[in-house]
Write a protein of this length. Structure first.
Length: 452
């Protein structure tokens, strides 16, 4: 049996609370992400997986605990949140494992500590899709379904996801410990866990914050370049190590628009087009909580760099999507113009870049296409196409097909969930059999409720 460690516990009892896992009734294993599980060194029988996911069997060394944090939710500070439906079950091979949907614990507030089957499938598949699109993200290891019902506007099936991350420290963790004597210990822990190259540096806290700003700016640039909208970008849903976390009402854009996937987000705070702004807001909230460790002028300096890092990374990524490997004047204008056209003409974002890559017909203004072709004469086309093929996916996790996989899953057929997992693991390669399933569907962005 594998052995896990629990380094977070060394921070002391203010940081966590030991918890129990409450098993789901009548559980069944839906899927194991074999590729990633193997990487972690987790190899169990079906029965063992079921028992581990359902909290009936502990990994050797496991001391289940939940972490405390605070956070700004929709612009309002909540001083105490915490893993209300998550327990940590240990660290293995640089990844900390968590069970999400594990039942009521001391951070559950008025919640039931559960996660819907529907949202668990979404998190499990989305994080895999993101990983294979080259986005920093938490990972899904395995998924447990059950006949167990929970109430969310109506009775629905619950599930538990086993997920993994190199760090689970959120901006909100620092916000919780702002002005406390534990703040420095937390910063040292984070440096050890995520920024070990800074250990021993005299300015390490400042450099840590710089690094968080940098990674966060690049993360949002990546999201925006692939057309991913997170949907609930609260500061407790931002990891300091710059990975994507907590897939709720996210969307991979189909039609290119300033989309807000969360139906409950009436003011459209977390729309696609606002993600960089919101990440900056969250970094400001993080900076405020670091006042005891880092001088104000240094915090401001780091925050002011966000825009330039974001812009540089965003255009770097967009240039790769277009096959622009040479530096040319006017490239930025060409990209901005294209994005305007895609929005105006309501074009399917990922299909456009795929079609461009494979010289298929493009249903946009001929004027832009002419300029693009002109521009491409400056490039080594073989090299450009090679990059474009590795940058523009054939498959993103489209809302309607994900919904179909969930519906079938709710009826006990997990084949499409498994199939989708394989497809998102090779997003750049065509899979003709899979495409048989996609015929005659109208692609559109789907809005969801946040109640997960
Ligand atoms: P989320 O929107 O999933 O990021 O959750 C925001 C906060 O609410 C976190 O502190 C969660 O742990 C908590 N939370 C969300 N859903 C539940 C639930 N069903 N039971 C208990 N706590 C929850
Ligand atoms: Mg969260």
């Amino acid at each position: 049996m594998v052995k896990v460690t629990n380094p977070y516990l060394e921070l002391g009892e203010k940081f966590y609370s030991f918890e129990k896992i409450t098993p789901l009734n009548r559980p069944y294993l839906v899927d194991v992400n074999e590729r990633f599980a193997n990487e972690l060194g987790l190899d169990f029988s079906q029965k063992e997986w079921e028992e581990i996911l359902n909290g009936k069997r502990l990994l050797e060394g496991s001391k289940p605990f939940s972490m405390v944090y605070a956070g700004h939710q929709f612009g309002y500070f909540v001083p105490k949140l915490g893993d209300g439906r998550v327990v940590n079950i240990g660290k293995i091979n640089s990844y900390h494992l968590q069970l999400k949907g594990s039942g009521v614990n001391s951070y559950s507030r008025s919640g039931d500590g559960r996660a819907l089957f529907r949202s668990s499938v979404r998190e499990y598949l989305a994080s895999e899709a993101m990983f294979y699109l080259g986005v920093e993200t938490t990972r899904g290891v395995a998924l447990l379904g059950a006949e167990h019902q929970i109430y969310r506007e109506e009775w629905q099936k619950a599930a538990i996801v086993l997920r993994a991350s190199r760090s689970w420290v959120r901006f909100g963790t620092f916000e919780y410990f702002a002005n406390s004597k534990e703040l420095e210990a937390l910063a040292n822990y984070v440096i050890g866990e995520s920024f070990s190259f800074l250990e021993g540096e005299r300015d390490r806290y400042f450099l840590m914050f710089m690094e968080i700003v940098k990674r966060s700016a690049r993360l949002v640039a990546k999201w925006n370049s692939i057309g991913f909208v997170h949907g609930v970008l609260n500061s407790d849903n931002c990891l300091v190590d710059g990975s994507t976390i907590d897939y709720g009402p996210f969307a991979f854009l189909e039609v290119y628009e300033d989309f807000t996937p969360n139906r409950g987000d009436k003011k459209r705070r977390y729309s696609f087009g606002r993600q960089a702004l919101i990440m900056k807001y969250n970094l400001n909230m993080l900076a405020k909580s670091l006042g005891g460790l880092i001088e104000s002028k240094d915090l401001v300096y780091a925050l002011l760099l966000f825009d330039s890092i974001y812009v540089e990374e965003f255009f770097r990524l967009m240039k790769r999507k277009l096959g622009f490997l040479e530096e040319m004047e006017g490239d930025i204008e060409l990209i901005v113009e294209l994005l305007e056209i895609l929005k105006k003409d309501k074009v399917d974002y990922s299909s456009f870049f795929y079609n461009l890559t494979y010289d298929k017909e493009l249903f946009i203004e001929k004027r832009w296409i002419k300029k693009y072709k002109e521009r491409m004469r400056m490039e080594d086309i073989t090299k450009s196409k090679e990059i474009m093929r590795k940058t523009n996916p054939r498959y993103i996790l489209r809302g309607y097909i994900l919904e179909e996989a969930i519906e079938r899953g709710l009826n006990g057929d997990f084949s499409l969930i498994k199939r989708l997992k394989e497809v998102v693991q090779s997003p750049y390669e065509r899979d003709l059999e899979f495409e048989g399933l996609l015929k005659e569907k109208k692609w559109q962005n789907i809005r969801l409720s946040c109640s997960s």
